[in-house]
Every structure is written in structure tokens, then in C-alpha cells.
Design a binder for this molecule. Structure first.
Ligand SMILES: Cc1cc2nc3c(=O)[nH]c(=O)nc-3n(C[C@H](O)[C@H](O)[C@H](O)COP(=O)(O)OP(=O)(O)OC[C@H]3O[C@@H](n4cnc5c(N)ncnc54)[C@H](O)[C@@H]3O)c2cc1C
Length: 342
């Protein structure tokens, strides 16, 4: 995809593609070396897989945290990056990456934002996430206002009637969690078995017994009713053709996320099975000035773990320092000596 129109241009030292845990930590590592960054992500919120796939699951192998919920880890990483004032470009996919005559790189998003940077860090995980949309007529016009594929803030649903569709962990976890704030929740699923943690399924069933949640099973989504912006009802259809209009202002559709390497695959970087091959110790790719870290980067004996991605962020930041400050000698300093900006 080539984007002809530029709606705005941002200039920075480093453009980071991907606001997952590793991209967020790269902001910190760059910031400690006085390097500014812009972070771009297809998703409307930061956090990558942690936010999109398992926000309420505890992670046990982050050094120094015996247990930390994925959403809390992301909150902490955002807070750790904040003193360095990163600019976030969310809800936009980077589709082009071009080397300019000046030697800088220009990234362009599908929404026409151009970012010029001295170096690029690709922290794109398994590629860009996209929700699997239910095939409902006119669904696009309700997206972001009434139809959602992830929950950024529970408070947005306080006092509302919500239809949650799907049968996996996300559907069940959010039904239980939002039952604390919503007025009414309908869980729509096409069969009575859920592919989710049994403990959470039991909690959801207990809430159904209190009337806080209504199980609408076996039904499938059929249509949306509303004024073209705000929903008033979600129409569902049973296997025998019976339809019901559920009085709801929001639909949360959890049918999984599709992941694809997408445009990154066409940028001429050396790849190995849809991963970008990098040099150990710098995370440099086959293109000078482009680095790759986190799940998308590969090298012999690579482990796809957040903690490995954090170390890769530090390696890439130190390698990039020489690009941003070519004429300044570098003296290694610990964070305990340097501190962080107030
Ligand atoms: C259920 C589950 C449990 C897990 N448990 C653990 C665990 O206990 N410990 C552990 O260490 N790891 C765990 N992981 C793995 C961990 O989540 C990943 O290693 C980590 O998320 C990788 O971080 P990342 O920043 O490299 O990529 P991601 O988190 O995948 O983030 C990449 C981001 O890049 C964005 N992106 C991609 N392409 C583009 C583009 N062209 N333009 C704009 N944005 C783009 C994507 O939208 C995404 O938000 C688990 C994973 C899952 C699914």
C-alpha cells in the first residue's frame, strides 16, 4: 500500500514501530541516552499482546516482580517512559518505510502521518494486530463509539447495557470484570461450552444466577440497530432462526485477533520465517539505521520473552546512540548515577 497524501509530519530521533512492552521500554532506554522517540501502533491503546490478549493475567517471569498483571506491567512501562515525553501515534499502521536523501528514514502510516527519524526500531511483535470483525452490515460506523474489540477503560462502560460476544478468555474475563460496573451484560455465544479458564467460567455462571449477566446461548450476532453512530440494540439469532433484539448501547466482540507481518515484509529486510534477522549485541537489521527488537527479531537461540526484549531494547538504544550523536564520545553510566528527568 502506498500512501500519497501526508496529513502531518513528525520529526524525531527514533521512530519505534510497535507500542508493546518492548517498544515502550525502548522509549526509556533511548531517553536515558537523550534520544527522543515517536511510537506508532495499529492498536488504539499501548501494550501490544499484554493489553490486547491477556491484560488481567499475571506474568511471573518479569525480573523483580514475583507476579504482575499484564495490564499493570504496561501501566508501569508507560510511567517509566513518561519522563522522556514520547509522542504516541495510536490507531495507525506503518505502511511505508523509505530512506531519504538526507540519510534519515521516513515512515508513513495508513492515515497519512509521516514520521522522519534518524533511526527506526521495529518492535512489531508478530506484526500488526487486527480484530476479527463479525460480518454485520454497517459495523464500521459504530466502531470506537459503540462497537469495540478491546476494553481500554472499564469506566467507559459504567451503568451501560453491554452485549459481549465470543466464547474465549477475553469474552469470559470481561463479562466478569464489567459486571462490577455495567447495568446489564448479555453474553452471546453459539454453544454452551466456553474455551476459557474454568474458574472464570464458574464466576460468570454465578453472576448469571444473580441476574447481573444474561447468557444468550446458543445465539449468534445478526444485526445492529441504532442511528448510525450510537447503538440501541444488538439483534441475535438462534440456531433455529428465532431472533431477539437485546437492548444495549455497546457491543464487545471478542472473536480473536488476526496478526500479520503486513507491510514490514516488503521493506527488503532479511527475514527468517516471518521474523527479522538481527545482529546479536546491537539488534541491527540488514538495513543500516533500522533495528528490530522483541518478538519480531530473531537470532540463534532467541527466546520470545518480554525480559529478552527488554535487554534487546537496551542493546539497540546503545547502538543507535552513535547514529544520533556521531561526534560525541560515550561514557557508560548506570541509571543510579544518571537519574531520570523530573
Ligand atoms: C496469552 C499469552 C501469555 C504470555 N505470557 C508471557 C509470560 O508469562 N512471559 C513472557 O515473557 N511473555 C509472555 N507472552 C509473550 C509476550 O506477550 C510477548 O513476548 C511480548 O508481548 C512481545 O512484546 P513486543 O513488544 O515485542 O510485541 P507485541 O506485544 O506483539 O507488540 C507489538 C505491537 O506492534 C504493533 N505493530 C505491528 N506492526 C505494526 C505496524 N506496521 N504499524 C504499527 N504498529 C504495528 C502491534 O499492533 C502490536 O501492538 C505471552 C503471550 C501470550 C499471547
Amino acid at each position: 500500500m502506498t500512501v500519497s497524501q501526508r496529513n502531518r509530519t513528525l520529526t524525531t530521533d527514533v521512530a519505534i514501530i510497535g507500542a508493546g512492552p518492548v517498544g515502550l521500554f525502548a522509549v526509556f532506554e533511548l531517553g536515558m541516552l537523550k534520544i527522543k522517540s515517536v511510537v506508532i501502533d495499529t492498536l488504539p491503546a499501548v501494550g501490544g499482546q499484554c493489553t490486547a490478549l491477556y491484560p488481567e493475567k499475571p506474568i511471573y517471569d518479569i525480573p523483580g516482580f514475583p507476579s504482575v498483571d499484564a495490564a499493570d506491567l504496561i501501566k508501569n512501562l508507560e510511567e517509566q517512559a513518561a519522563p522522556f515525553d514520547p509522542e504516541y501515534v495510536l490507531g495507525e499502521q506503518v505502511v511505508e518505510c523509505t530512506k531519504l536523501a538526507s540519510g534519515e528514514w521516513e515512515l508513513v502510516t495508513n492515515k497519512g502521518t509521516a514520521i522522519t527519524a534518524k533511526a527506526v526500531i521495529i518492535a512489531a511483535g508478530c506484526g500488526a494486530f487486527g480484530p476479527n470483525r463479525p460480518p454485520l452490515a454497517g459495523i464500521e460506523q459504530y466502531e470506537d463509539t459503540s462497537v469495540h474489540y478491546m476494553v481500554a477503560r472499564r469506566e467507559d462502560f459504567r451503568g451501560k447495557n453491554i452485549v459481549i460476544a465470543g466464547g474465549g478468555d477475553s469474552a469470559v474475563d470481561w463479562a466478569v470484570s464489567l459486571a462490577e460496573v455495567a447495568n446489564k451484560i448479555y453474553v452471546v455465544h453459539r454453544r454452551d461450552k466456553f474455551r476459557a479458564a474454568p474458574e472464570m467460567v464458574s464466576k460468570m455462571q454465578a453472576l448469571a444466577e444473580t441476574g447481573k449477566i444474561e447468557m444468550v446461548i446458543p445465539y449468534q450476532l445478526e444485526a445492529l440497530e441504532g442511528d448510525g453512530k450510537s447503538l440501541s440494540a444488538v439483534v441475535v439469532k438462534s440456531m433455529d432462526g428465532t431472533t431477539r433484539a437485546l437492548d444495549a448501547q455497546h457491543l464487545l466482540a471478542f472473536f480473536g485477533l488476526s496478526m500479520e507481518l503486513g507491510p514490514l515484509a516488503t521493506w527488503g529486510l532479511n527475514l527468517d520465517h516471518s521474523h527479522i534477522t538481527v545482529e546479536v549485541g546491537t539488534c541491527a537489521t540488514s538495513a543500516a539505521g533500522i533495528f528490530a527488537i522483541g518478538d519480531i527479531a530473531t537470532y540463534p537461540h532467541k527466546l520470545k520473552l518480554i525480559l529478552c526484549g527488554f535487554a534487546e531494547a537496551a542493546h539497540a538504544a546503545h547502538a543507535i546512540r552513535g547514529i544520533v550523536y556521531p561526534d560525541t564520545a560515550y561514557h557508560f553510566e548506570y541509571s543510579t548515577s544518571k537519574g531520570v528527568p523530573a
